[in-house]
Design a protein around this ligand. Structure first.
Ligand code: TRP
Length: 337
């Protein structure tokens, strides 16, 4: 078995605003991996963004630049990581076509995300939504990425990526694509809705008060935390006491993740406190950590030319990495070039 150099790849779709859950669960981990000295490639998957429903072109452009500004404001550094949008590197689509011919209908039919997104009306879903996981496999394998930080909901797609790699290697008698490992976000970084502690914080929740957007300013962040749903009890004296209290647990977990300490540490400091004193402490911490991000995003969004320049330079670097891999893939498949 060939040994592949460790390389991290991940992507986020430019649809809507990024919220606290994406920051703690994804982007913050992207930054940590970048600063651990790993080779890191972070993509804005704009081609995936048009699979589910029609995207207004102006909105898509705005969301792409806003996600780029979030990447930068959160600490991704174009000198350390390759940052770009997918559609600027045509090799993603080229490899996706080959993978469309490797993946089997039976495999695609088992994808739970397609079933969830297509709903009852699968006949009306786009072909792109169905092929989505093959494009995702191409994103990853185009760089021979070995590690993919993703949420639990993407685990099945990374498993499919491994199946595609294995079948390609087997069918063509090569040892060309690596077996990629998913790195799944831990429960501690799973951020729940501020209105319902049993539901994931989501950019698609109709209530804006249910989430903290990375674009929210200091006042908005503080107000949303003060208004977050809680129960009438004070915080428990032990972490175990959070078990049946989803809202309390969520606020403690958010505190822990932002302060980079454990939930037990938070309880050691605040156990027994009323929400009337814990919430202001959490609001201060959140404003301290998050307001600089929204301020920096707003500054960056004031200079779209600069964002576009960062993306196109990132795309050039990505294309240079992808080029030998797509060329070898074409040779393996038998495409004359
Ligand atoms: N499907 C991922 C999501 O919705 C986004 C994505 C596309 C991705 N290509 C990827 C994630 C490659 C990791 C690696 O969250």
């Amino acid at each position: 078995m060939t040994s592949f150099t460790p390389r991290v790849f991940s992507g986020i779709q430019p649809t809507n605003h990024l919220q606290l859950g994406n920051y703690l669960g994804a982007v913050k981990r992207f930054v940590a991996m970048q600063n651990d000295g790993m080779e890191t490639i972070y993509c804005i998957v704009d081609q995936h963004a048009i699979t589910a429903s029609f995207q207004n072109p102006a909105d898509l452009r705005h969301a792409t630049r806003e996600l780029a500004s979030a990447y930068l404001a959160c600490g991704l550094d174009p000198a350390k990581s390759v940052l770009f949008n997918q559609s600027q590197v045509p090799a993603h689509s080229q490899l996706a076509w080959v993978f469309n011919c490797v993946a089997r209908m039976g495999w695609m039919n088992r994808m739970t995300q397609f079933k969830d997104k297509a709903g009852k009306n699968a006949e009306k879903a786009s072909l792109g939504l169905y092929a989505y996981p093959a494009l995702m496999a191409a994103d990853i394998l185009l760089y021979h990425a070995t590690h993919v930080p993703v949420g639990e909901d993407q685990k099945q797609h990374v498993e499919l990526t491994r199946d595609i790699a294995a079948k390609f290697n087997h069918d063509y008698g090569v040892d060309f694509f690596p077996e990629t490992q998913p790195i799944i976000e831990g429960a501690a970084t799973r951020v729940m809705s501020l209105r319902d502690g049993t539901k994931k914080m989501s950019k698609s929740d109709p209530s804006d008060a249910s989430r903290i957007n990375l674009t929210d300013d200091a006042d908005t962040i503080a107000k949303k935390i003060r208004k977050a749903k809680t129960d009438p009890e004070p915080l428990p004296e032990t972490v175990g006491g959070l078990a049946d209290r989803p809202e309390a647990r969520n606020l403690v977990n958010i505190y822990a993740a932002l302060a980079e300490i454990t939930a037990a540490d938070v309880i050691a400091q605040h156990g027994g406190s009323q929400f009337g004193s814990f919430k202001p402490a959490l609001a201060d911490l959140a404003v301290d950590k998050l307001a600089p991000i929204s301020t920096e995003m707003a500054r960056l969004m004031g200079d779209v030319t600069e964002i576009d320049r960062v993306l196109s330079q990132g795309a050039e670097r990505a294309a240079a990495m992808a080029e030998p891999i797509i060329a070898q893939t074409y040779d393996i498949v038998g495409f004359v070039r």
